[in-house]
Design a protein around this ligand. Sequence first.
Ligand code: CA
Length: 510
Amino acid sequence: MLKKYIILYLALLSVNYSLLAQKRPNVVIIVSDDHAYQTIGAYGSKYAKTPNIDRIANEGALFSHAYVNNSICGPSRATLLTGKYSHKNGFRDNETSEFDFSQDSFVKQLQSAGYNTAWVGKIHLGEKLQGFNYFDVLVGQGTYFNPVFSRKEGRELTEGYVSSIITDKALGWLDQQESTEPFCLVLGHKATHRTWMPDPQDFGKFDSVDFEIPATFYDDYASRDAAKQQEMSIDKDMLMGYDLKMFPTLEAMMADGNFKRMNPEQRDKYIAYYRPIYQELESKKLTGKALAEWKFKRYMIDYLNTAESMDRNIGRVLDYLEEKNLTDNTIVIYLSDQGFYMGEHGWFDKRWMYEESFRTPFLMKYPGKIKPHSTLSAKVVNADIAPTLLELASVKVPVDMQGKSFVHVLNKPNSEHRKNLFYHYFENGEHAVSPHFGVADDRYKLIRYYKRVENWELFDMKQDPREMHNVYSDPSYKNIVKKMKKKLLNEIESFDDQEAKAIFLTDIEN
Ligand code: CA
């Protein structure tokens, strides 16, 4: 009799366990690279249609105030994984940091709770991944054509166009998943990173658009010394060949690394599209503003054409989840690793605590838990994603994660999450952006630059949403500076950023 009960008890236990396993939501995170919210339909883009990214917003939530802690590729992904700021997870910049995969991550936590986990596509944190049952990641930045991937077994080149290949590989992995165990897939796109190389089938889609020149395109950076020194101007720093594919000769074009690796068919399509554009440009003999605006237009076209393939491929993932009846129990997140300049301040690239690169597109759907078509205005940061997903998966959040779960705002469009946002950009290299840290509240933004430029900036975002007027030295803002410095010190201390603290305290002592 006792034996019978024990068997029954064990049987019940296993039923409960499998029910629990089925109940845990699947997770699909799609991380793009350098994809500006200004170029996403759901965020009100004037030009781009992103019907598939918009599907996530239509079936879930659009976060209107999602931010990053350090606006650059590798550090942003390190924060996504660890839920920690750069000074705690150790990956401060793309140029000198090496990611320590032995540290904890939300993916490791999910794996311990029974999830099958995978990262496919761009990761930009090396090739020695831990915490993933499977990985198939681009080597370094990856290439748009015929990219080389790295798996546990080694490296392999796959012929074709990167956004489609990454999606093929991701769907291939999903196809192997057993329905009894939950999965967590991170799909990392290379698009829309420089040098914006579209899938040839998307050539011509924006050629006839009359792009409006951004209001701050001719910014002279008065009152902002760090902005004066940058090297990310479309006019001065965007390269005619490397970036815009305008080479003086066909031979010069073919000598460029991006074209060298193409097969003849891919090359012919690029030649057929870009050479006539070059011939026409040559005949125009543009200089000065006319040339700067021509560059802006070509940048917009290449960028938006590159995003077309990514959006189409995101549609394939959403279709797959629908076809397999996985939609109801799958959390889908779309985000970029940071925002990007589409000519604002005259720039391309990222890095700054100014809005266009500080913010990032962030969309999330989870049927039954997030109302369709909702806009959430709570301020969240990328470090908050890890603890949020753990809470949704009923997994305990490790105490040393610095992010805070925003599950409580998911169905409350007007509720708050973070009052203040702390930012720290460390890299001191490409594009000559001075390292800086700062704090932003609902109205003001205070920034301290160091290393290249040693100074402060204060912006009144209500009076000056485009961040053109640094009012740090304006006597009428004296009290605001004081208040914001207090907030900054609070943030520095709560995140335990010793480097920022030392710089902050030097100023007080002097
Ligand atoms: Ca990036």
